[in-house]
Design a protein around this ligand. Sequence first.
Ligand code: ZN
Length: 127
Amino acid sequence: MFSSDRMVKARIVELILMKKTDEAIKALSQHYSVDVPHLKVGMPKKHGKKAACYISKTKTIHVRSREKLEDPFVILHEFYHHLRTHDRKHRGTEKHANRFAEEFTEAFQTLHRYSFNVYYKHENSTI
Ligand SMILES: [Zn+2]
């Protein structure tokens, strides 16, 4: 059956899909014992072409549009950067950030295999 860790991951994806991204970010921060990052719709100028980014200086996850707030892969990818940022330097590679996000979406998909059919877009090069 499901370990509690997978249940937590599936629940966080569910919250993001239900547009409760604030709640999901709080739950994630609590789970990993880190400060809650800020969430903002609108990109900083030099990151304008990306779908989302994480600015360590302000501890803010920026997303291009409200739609992106409801994309678990994007939110979890950026949260990984928050989790791995120390002394304002990014640690952890993009590959690790994608893998982190995938663990959550896979837990959700496995749990809901028979009741939901969710499609995730991977835009690895843009986040
Ligand atoms: Zn990234």
